[in-house]
Each structure stands twice: as C-alpha cells, then as structure tokens.
Ligand binder design. Sequence first.
Ligand code: S3P
Length: 166
Amino acid sequence: MVLVILIGMMGAGKTTVGREYARRHRMRFVDCDHEIEARTGVKVPTIFEIEGEAGFRRRETQVIDDLTRETDLVLATGGGAVLDPGNRAMMSERGIVVYLNVPTQVLWERTRHDRNRPLLQVPNPRERIENLYRERDPLYRAVADIVVDGGRGNPGGMVRLIERAI
Ligand code: S3P
C-alpha cells in the first residue's frame, strides 16, 4: 500500500518516469496537470489565461489533496507544486516523495519548443529555468524522501534508481 509522489522541475521526466515505474509495479499512474485538465475540460495554458497562476495553483492544491489520499498510486506533480507549504506538508505526510533532479541544460533542451508551459512563454526562457531551479531546488530537497540525480536523464535508469531507494 504505497503512494509514490514525483516532484521536480518542468522537463525532469516526472510523467515518463512515473508512468514507467507504475507499469512495472502494477500501480495506477496519475499526472496532476492531466487530472486538472480532465476536471476542467481545458488545457493548463487556458487556465492560466482565464484564472491566472493563482487560480491554477488553487486547482493544483485541490487535486493534490484528493489524490494523495490514495494508495497504490504513482502521482506526478507539476513543477510548482512544492511552492505551497500546505502542498509540501500533504506530500511528505502521505507519500514517499521522490525528487527527480536533472541539470538545467537538459531541462532547457526538453522544454525549449514547448508551448504548453505558460511559465516558459517569456522572452528569456533559458534564464527563467535557471531562476526557477535556484528558487525551487531547496524546496524539492526539503520535501523529498529520495533524491534521484538524473544526469542526462535516461528514464529507465531513473526508474531503477527509485526502485533501489524505495
Ligand atoms: C509548472 C509546471 C507544469 C504545470 C504548470 C506550472 C511549474 O507542470 O503544472 O505549467 O510551475 O513549474 P510540469 O512540471 O509537469 O511541466
């Protein structure tokens, strides 16, 4: 009866790694952003447009609160889920929290052509990633039970590192 919660930056591979871990362990997999989209019927950028980041964060907290009550579940959170102290408390109390730590160069390569991440639709997204990483890395580490260093971020390798640590 286990709840595994993946945290980390945009592009760290939370969805890919989480889905693979869940498949191998016959657990259910849910991605927070997909759950928010399923509940609202619109994409994340549209929520940001209509309700602003604050509105999105409220929805994110609700989804985290609902889903962290489950077990036999792998939950991939959005990169900003750790910003809220209440979210951090729920995550660390209810599940095994795994931080996927990937170098910012890799995060940038993976997200540079992505139009679905509103926080990166800025004139200098490369710098934005650096700043977000600097701000969030301590929060990820504070809430994590396990830190998996991804290097160039081979998802299969990260799954095995999580298996070894849990
Ligand atoms: C965000 C990350 C996104 C999504 C939203 C905000 C963030 O999720 O929740 O665009 O603040 O880092 P991913 O980490 O799955 O890209």
